[in-house]
Design a protein around this ligand. Structure first.
Ligand SMILES: [Cu+2]
Length: 260
């Protein structure tokens, strides 16, 4: 009898892996509630990855739903097996030595191979999305670059042609690809606007890169790498303006020397 709970140990590890995947993904969106609220009033509020805007976030959200299916399957299968075994094989006499039986090769082989195949499948599906997420679409090769600099405790946005940098608010043209070159001048921060894209670390001395494309609207994000006592105030507001409004805004900003 004792061999049954022991036999379930590796399967339990798979259950953990499955629930971790669930937890990781849902935390990206801060909360499901935030997403549904945003949908309900059709505003741009909320920071839910499950309420995606733009191609980057849409890809990530699709991937999340694809992985949710096998994760739920594993959860139900393994959770059900644990509950069944707990009742079915409950010890009636606590002092009695359970019957000792050896391993079952077929079972052990199966519960090693099946999770490995599931994980391999998830890996392959995820890896095929990486080139799209990593590289600016070729048709937008000349899209604008904006420098994103993390600092305790504010994000600064710097445009090549403008004199000032802009704390906390990233203004971009709507529906156009925008390249973000992400860096930090002190500690590691992490740039995250869940409705638009995945998160990316801002690391001192290293340039990280991401691209965005957002429909017109306002999107919120924040630093997602604990970076000191005012970490929580390190917020991001992305304003995606229709091209003509963006041009008006841009033309009103002080220009960098030699900028246009
Ligand atoms: Cu930070």
């Amino acid at each position: 009898m004792r061999s049954v709970p022991l036999a379930l140990l590796p399967v339990g590890a798979v259950l953990l892996a499955g629930t971790t995947a669930l937890a990781d993904n849902s935390s990206q969106g801060q909360s499901l509630l935030a997403g549904t609220t945003a949908l309900a009033d059709n505003s741009s509020q909320g920071q839910s990855m499950l309420n995606p805007a733009g191609p980057q976030a849409q890809h990530i959200s699709d991937l999340w739903y694809i992985i949710l299916v096998p994760a739920l399957f594993v959860l139900v299968l393994v959770g059900g097996a644990i509950i069944y075994a707990a009742f079915k094989f409950k010890a009636k006499d606590v002092d009695a030595m359970p019957k000792q039986i050896g391993g079952n090769n077929a079972l052990e082989f199966t519960w090693t191979l099946v999770p490995a195949l599931i994980l391999l499948g998830i890996f392959i599906i995820s890896a095929t999305q990486l080139p799209f997420l990593r590289h600016t679409p070729s048709e937008a090769a000349d899209a604008m670059h904006i420098k994103v600099v993390g600092r305790q405790w504010v994000w600064n946005f710097k445009y090549a042609g403008l004199k000032n940098s802009y704390p906390g608010v990233l203004t971009i043209p709507a529906d156009e690809v925008v390249n973000l070159d992400i860096n930090s001048i002190d500690v590691i921060h992490s740039f995250s606007v869940p409705r638009l894209a995945g998160r990316l670390d801002a690391i001192p001395g290293k340039n990280n890169f991401m691209w965005l494309q957002a429909p017109a609207g306002i999107y919120y994000g924040q630093c997602t790498e604990f970076c000191g006592k005012a970490h929580a105030t390190m917020t991001i507001t992305v304003k995606a303006l229709p091209r003509s409004d963006f041009d008006t805004w841009y033309s009103q900003q002080p220009k960098a020397p030699g900028g246009s």
